[in-house]
Write a protein that binds this ligand. Structure first.
Ligand code: NAD
Ligand code: MG
Length: 328
């Protein structure tokens, strides 16, 4: 795999060029402030009636409406929610200068053709592998969150150099910039959040909790076992992989892990994972999600409400209230 670091970056590529950062949420705020602290010329493109306008100004940034911010920008970063990007693109596209660069932090809209970028533009991806507050905090500490880089459209012949200079500006070159494609970033990101991180992990927790409660054990005890303690294990995996986790759990826990883990995540689960991956790859997941957004998200709201009504949420709230240190 190609991994770029600071010595691969032409830091002058974005010097004296204007960067419009559209959106001021998790990624937008971190990118805008890091780029500015790196000495680059940044303008935040925000809705005049939105809450972020005053916040960005208080943070010391120049703020304009999105359609005004793009007009003299050499690079436009789309850091509003993925579902809002196609409409925002339509809103600003006519004002984007010729031969500018469009930058995304996730490939969904380009990969699934929700945005068809103008022919004269470079189109690149810089996706930090962490939430915005971490991107900001690491930068301030002189470190950086690793990023993925990809190029979807290279009209200038220098799209990669521009993307690397942007990644450098947000601190990514300190952590390493890993080369990928829009397809690989989008499909693996969707698969990870569905099968493992969000969908997979939460259903595993609920299934374990339900199994214990149904068998007559107290919900409070089931909560600690199946949800609360997950963090200890995840932290060990994050810091040192399977090896570190094995070093910190008991011999009995290790034996149970090795014997029973593959019975829970069995061949059927792996088949379901392949089905989910196939639906991501053939575009049917994206099509369904785009349609759900168009029709007002009723199915999404219904499923979200059902998730939050699960008994584990009631018992969890009560127990967490006794552990105020969790919020620190
Ligand atoms: P977010 O939801 O935190 O923030 C989006 C911001 O855009 C908000 O401030 C919102 O008020 C503003 N906004 C919404 N609609 C708008 C519009 N029409 N015009 C102008 N502003 C509008 O978003 P995020 O999580 O930072 O995601 C931005 C991009 O970064 C997405 O492509 C996402 O996939 C990607 N990404 C996010 C993370 C993450 O950890 N959050 C990590 C990697 C990549
Ligand atoms: Mg994701």
């Amino acid at each position: 795999m190609q991994i770029y670091s600071e010595s691969d970056v032409n830091v002058d590529k974005l010097t004296d060029k204007r960067i419009a950062v559209l959106g001021y949420g998790s990624q937008g705020r971190a990118h805008a402030l890091n780029l500015k602290d790196s000495g680059l010329d940044v303008v935040a493109g925000l809705r005049p009636d939105g809450a972020s306008w005053a916040k960005a100004q208080a943070d010391g940034l120049e703020v304009q409406r999105p359609e005004d911010a793009v007009t003299d920008a050499a690079l436009v970063a789309f850091l509003v929610p993925d579902t809002a990007q196609p409409a925002l693109y339509e809103q600003v596209v006519d004002g984007i200068p010729q031969a500018a660069t469009l930058l995304f932090a996730h490939g969904f809209n380009i990969h699934y053709d929700q945005i068809q970028p103008r022919e004269d533009l470079d189109v690149v991806l810089i996706a930090p592998k962490g939430p915005g507050d971490l991107v900001r905090r690491q930068y301030q500490q002189g470190k950086g969150v690793p990023c993925l880089v990809a190029v979807a459209q290279d009209r200038s012949g220098e799209a990669m150099a521009t993307a690397l200079a942007y990644a450098h500006g947000i601190g990514g070159s300190r952590g390493g910039i890993l080369e990928t494609t829009f397809a690989e970033e989008t499909e693996t990101d969707l698969f990870g959040e569905q099968a493992v991180l969000c969908g997979g992990a939460t259903e595993l927790v609920l299934a374990g909790f339900d199994t214990l409660v149904k068998a007559g054990y107290q919900p409070e005890v089931a909560y600690f076992e199946c949800m609360h303690e997950l963090k200890l294990i995840v932290d060990l995996l994050h810091e040192g992989g399977l090896k570190k986790m094995h070093q910190f759990i008991s011999e009995t826990a290790k034996w149970g892990d090795l014997k029973s883990g593959p019975r829970v995540i069995d061949a059927h689960v792996r088949e379901r994972m392949q089905e989910i991956l196939a639906e991501i790859q053939d575009g049917s997941f994206a099509k369904e999600w785009v349609a759900e957004n168009r029709q007002g998200r009723s199915e999404y709201q219904r499923m979200l409400a059902a998730d939050l009504a699960h008994p584990i949420e009631t018992v969890g709230r009560e127990l967490r209230a006794r552990m105020p240190w969790l919020e620190e």
